[in-house]
Design a protein around this ligand. Structure first.
Ligand SMILES: Nc1ncnc2c1ncn2[C@@H]1O[C@H](COP(=O)(O)OP(=O)(O)OP(=O)(O)O)[C@@H](O)[C@H]1O
Ligand SMILES: [Mg+2]
Length: 246
C-alpha cells in the first residue's frame, strides 16, 4: 500500500510549504524515505538557462537536504507556470493545461520509488486547476488523508470549518489541522479558543500550532530552517508515524 498525505490550505499563503517541509522532516527522522510533491506551481521565475523550477518544491528539497535526479524532480512537480495566479488561469496563459492523469502517473511513479509522499496543494481546496476540475478532484483521485493548514488567529474558524466540510463531503479523510501563526500580532485568547472550537465543532484533531518565526525570509539558510522546524511541534512525529509508517 502506498503511503502519503495531502497538505492543503484554507487559502494561499497560509504556510502549506512550511508545514509540508516540517511533515517530511518528521517522517525522515523516523527513517521513512518521505519525499514532497507539488503537482502544480504558479508564480515561478524562469532561470537564465530556460528552466522553470518550482520555488515551493526547491525550498522544501533544500530544507530536507535532498537533490533528486531530474526524473524524480519532474515527478515531484509535473507543472509549473510563471504567472502568479490561480493554476487554471496561469495554465491558460501559458498554453499548457494540466492533465490530471499525468499528475496521477507522476504520483504513482514517485511513490513507487519512495516510502511516502506528501503532496502540497495550491491555494485552497476549490482552486481550479483546469476549466472543468479543481484541486478537490485531484485529491479524490489520490485518495490520501488530508492535513489542513490554517492561520492560527482571527478568521480561521469559518475558512477551516468550510474546508473540513468540503473534504468530508467528497468522502476523504481529514487527518488533522495544523495552525500557523502568520504574524507576530497575536491574540492568545482567540488562538486558544480556535483550537477548542475546531476540535469540538470541526471534530478534527489539531496536530499543533506552528509559532511565528520573525527571522524567516527568502534568504534564511536551509540548514537553519531545518533546525528551527525540527524544534517545533515535536508531537508531529507521532501523528506522522500513524499515517506514514509501514
Ligand atoms: N510560522 C511562520 N513564521 C514566519 N513566517 C512564515 C510562517 N509560516 C509561513 N511563513 C511565511 O509566509 C509565507 C507563506 O508561507 P508558505 O509559502 O508556506 O505558504 P503556502 O500556503 O505554501 O503558499 P502557496 O499557496 O503560495 O503555496 C512565506 O513567505 C513563509 O516564509
Ligand atoms: Mg506553497
Amino acid at each position: 500500500m502506498k503511503h502519503g498525505l495531502a497538505v492543503i490550505g484554507t487559502d494561499t499563503g497560509v504556510g502549506k510549504t512550511l508545514i509540508t517541509a516540517r511533515l517530511c522532516l518528521a517522517a525522515r527522522q523516523l527513517g521513512i524515505d518521505c519525499v514532497p510533491m507539488k503537482p502544480v506551481q504558479t508564480g515561478a521565475h524562469r532561470m537564465p538557462d530556460g528552466r522553470l523550477p518550482s520555488p515551493d518544491l526547491e525550498w522544501i528539497l533544500a530544507v530536507l537536504g535532498l537533490n533528486p535526479l531530474s526524473e524524480d524532480r519532474n515527478r515531484m512537480n509535473p507543472y509549473t507556470f510563471e504567472m502568479a495566479a490561480s493554476p487554471h488561469l496561469a495554465a491558460e496563459m501559458s498554453g499548457e493545461i494540466p492533465d490530471r492523469r499525468r499528475i496521477l502517473e507522476a504520483y504513482d511513479e514517485l511513490s513507487a520509488g519512495h516510502d511516502a509522499t506528501i503532496v502540497e496543494g495550491a491555494g485552497g481546496l476549490m482552486v481550479p486547476f483546469g476549466r472543468d476540475w479543481m484541486l478537490a478532484d485531484l485529491l479524490v483521485d489520490l485518495n490520501l488523508p488530508v492535513v489542513v493548514v490554517a492561520r492560527a488567529g482571527l478568521g480561521t474558524l469559518n475558512h477551516t470549518l468550510l474546508t473540513l466540510e468540503a473534504i468530508r463531503t467528497r468522502g476523504l479523510t481529514v487527518a488533522g489541522v495544523i495552525l500557523n501563526q502568520l504574524s507576530s500580532n497575536r491574540m492568545e485568547v482567540i488562538e486558544t479558543d480556535n483550537v477548542r472550537v475546531l476540535q469540538e465543532l470541526g471534530d478534527v484533531p489539531v496536530w499543533g500550532t506552528m509559532p511565528y518565526w520573525d527571522d524567516l525570509d527568502d534568504k534564511t539558510e536551509p540548514d537553519i530552517v531545518r533546525r528551527w522546524l525540527m524544534s517545533q511541534i515535536p508531537e508531529l512525529s507521532r501523528q506522522v508515524s500513524l499515517y506514514l509508517l509501514k
